[in-house]
Design a protein around this ligand. Structure first.
Ligand code: GCB
Length: 619
């Protein structure tokens, strides 16, 4: 029996069988990869599979129903029966890209699409070959030479599928079915305030590895060590014993790390120059084990909480922030180096030291650049609004996305906070779900803070959420001045609250159409947005426990929920229009506020900080 027959049962001879089989997805229920299958990528030379792939949309899931993947490409004369799918159909799509921006008729496509590409492989070595997909929104199923080799859930984290053993000598056919359907049990579920792009929208590559390879590597300053101890851990692909050798340029020549059963960890005395936004010092780290070698550039720093204060390397720090989505008029969710550089340039112009990467893990290059440029980051998973908190599979999905994000970025000094959710009502199922996620974040990484963007507790009109007990920092989204036009509520809320830990305002803001002027009382004018920013920043300055503010948002972004003449499919809360160039008046208000704040912290200019200095009101 072939592997395919094992999946499908004995060969089907009824040509109409697939029309009546609504359980067609069962064949693919096993084989999901997750965080345990990830491969550490630093310092590896991957073979890019980017470029034009054969492409076919498949909104009715015919590919899975009819097993399109099983048919080897052939001229029509050689088809035994008529086909509905042909890799030679002359339609291609670039990888990475979002299909929605490629053709007008694909703009609102939600469903499946098939990507096919061929590559040459030479067998006869002991190499292990792993496919890496940077991200596919939302679910992906992978087929090699007609065989189902694995699947992945979660639209914003990378996944890895080992192809060794399924490869043939010569030409190989790789097919990936990507499905971006919105569903109530997904993370996020069907209701969000951003556009549901689809596709293989981050890079795809093949990684060649020795028979035993380094699967995971962690390097961090030991919390509480006063900046004098480093911890390294290594996980190998297989449960073998051995020794890994670690070198940190200018700090450690050759440290032997014993590995037993495929895992080893060690702590050593060392006094690195500490990483901070002002001194973003990175060390080149290399790790050798057996025939494998990897590398990374790592900054060492400590982030902690003391009462209501956030400490970076033992010093209080106020987070001068801005939120950002991955969204681009031309590219959709696909990002580029130039786009990221522009983003950090804008953050620099705003005098920010902190960005919230909302509402899902962004491209890994964002944190690498933040490491180099000296920005602090909040990274989060899309546990957004009302997901299926009672469903075990939904929890497993969220838990896996969280662990994948942590594994990918845990060596990035810039990342100081893992966000585990956004605006989830304080219900019992949500509490159970998210307190478990907080525990996962701590188990996966004990060197960062855990937070969530919470809602105002309407019953008590306070900053109060049962989840707060499981968080290091309380994130709070509030839109006084906009959805609740009176600012009086913010004064009341702040006066009425007495949180026992730091609070960050993770969102606040107002919509404005770039260039639209008018009275500050008229919605969607730049004047209205500007007034909301001024009022917010002044009022928040009086709450000493507010240790950071991250207004919503840097750029206008697409969302089909917004259909007035002012919005036309866009959320207009950007400080910059969707062209990523045209600044609105509120941009300068925030830039001035953060400049003033930074001057006051540096003890200069004698001016009153627009937000209370870090220690004021802190316990
Ligand atoms: C929120 C959400 C964010 C929305 C924003 C808005 O509270 O967290 O995803 O885009 O408000 O503009 O309404």
């Amino acid at each position: 029996m072939s592997a395919q027959d094992e999946l499908d049962g004995p060969g089907q001879i009824d040509p109409y069988h697939h029309l009546h089989d609504e359980a067609y997805e069962r064949r693919f229920a096993k084989g999901y990869v997750g965080w345990r299958d990830m491969v550490f990528m630093g310092g590896r030379a991957a073979e890019s599979l980017d470029g034009e792939w054969r492409f076919a949309i498949d909104p009715y899931d015919e590919g899975l129903r009819q097993k399109w993947y099983a048919d080897a490409p052939a001229p029509v004369e050689a088809w035994p029966v008529p086909r509905d799918y042909d890799t030679n159909a002359e339609v291609t799509a670039p990888v990475p890209s979002c299909w929605n921006v490629l053709r007008r008729e694909w703009t609102y496509l939600e469903g499946a699409a098939w990507y096919t590409r061929f590559f040459t492989h030479r067998t006869g070595t002991d190499e292990r070959i792993v496919l890496r997909v940077g991200a596919a929104n939302y679910e992906a199923r992978v087929f090699l030479n007609g065989i189902f080799v694995g699947a992945h859930r979660g639209g914003s984290t990378p996944f890895f599928i080992e192809l060794t053993g399924h490869l043939v000598d010569g030409e190989n056919r790789l097919q990936i079915q990507v499905d971006n359907r919105r569903r109530p049990d997904r993370v996020p579920m069907q209701h969000t305030d951003w556009f549901n792009y689809g596709g293989l929208y981050r890079e795809v590559s093949l990684v060649r590895l020795p028979p035993v390879f380094i699967r995971d590597f962690g390097a961090a300053l030991v919390p509480g060590s006063g900046g004098r101890r480093l911890r390294f851990d290594v996980t190998l692909s297989d449960p073998v014993d051995g020794t890994a050798t670690i070198a940190v340029d200018g700090l450690i020549d050759a440290l032997a790390l014993p590995v037993s059963g495929g895992f080893g960890s060690i702590e050593v005395e060392a006094s690195p120059a500490l990483w901070s936004p002002d001194t973003p010092r990175l060390y080149a780290v290399t790790v050798r084990c057996g025939d494998d070698e990897i590398g990374d550039r790592v900054g060492f720093r400590e982030i902690s909480v003391d009462g209501r204060r956030i400490l970076l390397n033992g010093e209080p720090i106020f987070l001068r922030g801005i939120c950002v989505h991955e969204d681009d008029v031309a590219l959709g969710k696909t990002t580029s180096e130039a786009d990221l550089v522009r983003r950090f340039d804008h953050a620099r112009a705003l005098n920010c030291n902190f960005l919230r990467l909302a509402h899902y893990p962004h491209h890994e290059r964002a944190a690498e650049l933040a490491d180099e440029l000296g920005f602090l980051l909040w990274e989060e998973i899309p546990v957004y609004w009302t997901i299926a908190f009672e469903a075990a599979d939904t929890f497993a999905d969220a838990d896996n996305q969280l662990r994948e994000m942590v594994r990918r970025d845990r060596n990035r000094a810039s990342v100081i906070i893992w966000g585990i959710g956004n605006e989830n009502a304080d219900t019992d199922p949500r509490h159970a779900f998210m307190s478990r996620l907080a525990a996962t974040a701590r188990e996966a990484d004990g060197t960062r803070l855990v937070s969530a963007a919470c809602l105002i507790n309407r019953a008590h009109f306070r900053i109060e959420d049962r989840l707060a007990a499981h968080l290091d920092v309380i994130g709070l989204n509030e839109y006084f001045g906009w959805y609740e036009p009176s600012m009086e509520g913010l004064e009341r809320l702040l006066a009425n609250s007495d949180p026992d830990r730091p609070v960050i305002i993770t969102e606040t803001g107002a919509d404005a159409v770039a260039g639209l002027r008018g009275p500050a009382t008229t919605f969607f004018t730049e004047d209205c947005q500007e007034a909301v920013y001024r009022a917010q920043l002044t009022t928040l300055a009086r709450a000493g426990y507010v240790q950071g503010v991250c207004p919503w948002i840097l750029y206008d972004f697409r969302t089909e929920r917004r259909q007035t003449v002012f919005q036309r499919g866009y959320n207009r809360k950007g400080l910059v229009a969707e062209d990523k160039t045209t600044r609105k008046r509120a941009f300068d208000v925030l830039a001035a506020c953060w400049a003033e704040r930074r001057r006051a912290e540096n003890g200069g200019a004698g001016g009153q900080a627009p937000l209370a200095t870090t220690n004021q009101g802190a316990s």
